[in-house]
Design a protein around this ligand. Sequence first.
Ligand SMILES: CC(C)(COP(=O)(O)OP(=O)(O)OC[C@H]1O[C@@H](n2cnc3c(N)ncnc32)[C@H](O)[C@@H]1OP(=O)(O)O)[C@@H](O)C(=O)NCCC(=O)NCCS
Length: 165
Amino acid sequence: MTIDIQPKPVSASSVQHHVYKVFPNDLNAHYTVFGGLVMSLCDRVALVVSERHSGKVCVTASVDSFHFVAPAKDGDTLLISAAVNRTWSSSMEIGVRVDAENSFSGESKHIVSAYFTFVALGPDNKPCEIAEIEPQSEAEIRRYNGAQVRRDARLRTRENLKNMK
Ligand SMILES: CC(C)(COP(=O)(O)OP(=O)(O)OC[C@H]1O[C@@H](n2cnc3c(N)ncnc32)[C@H](O)[C@@H]1OP(=O)(O)O)[C@@H](O)C(=O)NCCC(=O)NCCS
């Protein structure tokens, strides 16, 4: 079997505007969309991006941040977009953005931004090497640089916690 680990562009795996129509059973007690549902949708879309990029089975290793910046409501259409921000040896950061659209007026608002880390697994279920990502646009390069800052902070925090008494 040939292993394809040539660098890949962000566009080869990204998902743009995956739609999810909100119905009443998606709401919390405040009648806005239940946050856990949005987290699950984001995790699924990000998983698809990670598996497209790596060509491997991937698992969610961590979520660095998940910001709910505005609520969505019954009848809104959620538009979920996700892309690889950066890759390392076996792991990759996937950035996810969710907008809520009123499909009658066409108005949309940003509701969520999140960063997931996925790890690709080989047939032995151990982390395995993946293709690098080649950022091209200005926004892709900005996200690529930001991902390294987030990874460094995560590793630093892990190290500090390990050394705590
Ligand atoms: C994620 C997992 C595969 C890592 O396995 P591991 O044996 O600890 O792997 P390693 O320590 O060799 O690290 C492998 C890579 O994962 C990354 N990683 C491990 N834990 C991580 C974490 N908590 N957050 C971010 N990245 C992590 C490492 O940085 C490393 O990245 P690199 O290869 O790109 O440098 C393993 O912890 C696991 O299977 N976790 C459960 C995943 C799961 O079930 N997800 C669904 C959640 S419900």
